[in-house]
Design a protein around this ligand. Structure first.
Ligand SMILES: Cc1ncc(COP(=O)(O)O)c(C=O)c1O
Length: 380
């Protein structure tokens, strides 16, 4: 059986309850939520409302209506960047951002939005002193990747949020990697916006993302269309979440996410985090003993994502060999985050990335270490 170590891309396997919830929504409920009043449509609407409340509770969001379901974290980030920033605005981003932030901002540069990079250490930690200086004059927005999808580097989100709060600047937290692993509180941290995937640490199926927007922030939607309410008006409704949820939503994925959140609550966020961090520590310990293998360790680890490179071998070749010879699934290359690689000094080839999840076992981690050791031995 495949040893799946690509949980930073998407979590696999999902809990059995997630598969059951997806199948039930698709086969038994079937109807579109928020549109009609017959029984199964009401059931679909109730399911979505319940999931929204669970998401709100999970992230310390006072009003569930401020929780928007999107297609993925990329869409959530695009909504904010394109709907909040205006020509002439200045935005600060960390040196560890994903292309889901970098590419929209690259396009927005041609519309007069200027992005500036807050420096990070060579291991990926944001320089808070530099941020403090860059907050004067105040930019329109700060974007922070909570934990790196390249090496698991955790950022001091609470401190960054406090600095932004003092400067009156909203913080957009990209929690794609940390949602379901690290505690996050929109209320306690006074986050401006929060974007994450439903299909990674939250254990839902692909095709679902989450976006929270604080109620004092004016963000334009990316798309307009049918919302199931105020249909007589041509203008897109102002009210959240409908404002940002045009068209038929992904009911099976919402059902799966809801079951994923239940699983996390039952298991305990702390227990999941401890499990993943313990496995990452075990993996790093094993890999550190292999000659010719270089680890890219963060100052503070937030997730079970471990990056390394093998002397004299392209990361893509290492990944191919692990797949072919040992049936181990890892990701290789730039992981859609060339900016992070620039910071970590791993351009142009990138790294081999092994990312554990809630379902990963110590044996699987040992198997990766052993396989790499054998691989390098046979290379001579
Ligand atoms: C830090 C970060 N931001 C954004 C994304 C985009 O997430 P999604 O694939 O859900 O759009 C990812 C996905 O890997 C990520 O790691």
């Amino acid at each position: 059986m495949t040893v799946y170590l690509d949980n930073a891309a998407t979590s696999h396997p999902k809990p059995a309850s997630v598969y059951a919830a997806v199948a039930k929504a698709l086969a038994e409920i079937g109807a579109s939520p928020g549109r009609s009043a017959y029984r199964s449509a009401r059931e679909a609407s109730a399911l979505v409302a319940e999931a929204r409340s669970k998401v709100a509770g999970f992230f310390g969001i006072a009003d569930p209506a401020r929780v928007v379901f999107t297609k993925n974290a990329t869409e959530s980030l695009n909504v904010v960047l394109k709907g909040y920033l205006r020509p002439g605005d200045r935005v600060l981003i960390s040196g560890m951002e994903h292309n889901a932030v970098v590419r929209p901002l690259h396009r927005l540069a041609s519309c007069g939005v200027a992005a500036e990079r807050i420096p990070c250490s060579p291991r990926g930690r944001l320089d808070c002193a530099a941020l403090r200086a860059m907050l004067d004059p105040a930019p329109r927005l700060v974007v922070l990747n909570h934990a790196s999808n390249v090496n698991g580097a955790l950022q001091p989100a609470e401190e960054v949020a406090a600095l932004c709060g003092r400067a009156g600047v909203p913080l957009l937290l990209d929690a794609a990697q940390t949602a379901g692993v690290q505690p996050i509180s929109a209320k306690d941290w006074n986050l401006g916006m929060l974007a994450c995937s439903g299909h990674k640490g939250l254990l839902g199926p692909p095709g679902l993302g989450i976006l929270y927007i604080r109620d004092d922030l004016d963000v334009l939607p990316l798309m307009e269309g049918g919302t199931g309410n105020r249909s007589e008006e041509e203008e897109q409704p102002e009210l959240c979440p409908e404002r940002f949820e045009s068209g038929t939503g992904n009911l099976p994925a919402v059902a799966g996410l809801s079951a994923g959140l239940d699983f996390i609550t039952r298991t305990g966020l702390d227990a999941i985090r401890r499990h993943e961090l313990d496995l990452a520590a075990r993996l790093e310990k094993g890999l550190a003993k292999i000659p010719g293998l270089k680890l890219f360790r963060p100052e503070e680890r937030g997730t079970g994502t471990v990056s390394f490179a093998v002397e004299g071998l392209n990361p893509a070749d290492v990944g191919h060999l692990l797949d072919e010879a040992f049936d181990i699934a890892v990701r290789t290359g730039l992981h859609c985050a060339p900016l992070a690689h620039e910071t970590l000094g791993t351009l142009p080839e990138g790294t081999v990335r092994a990312s554990v999840g809630y379902a990963t076992t110590p044996d699987e981690v040992e198997f990766l270490v052993e396989s790499l050791r054998n691989l390098l031995l046979h290379r001579g």
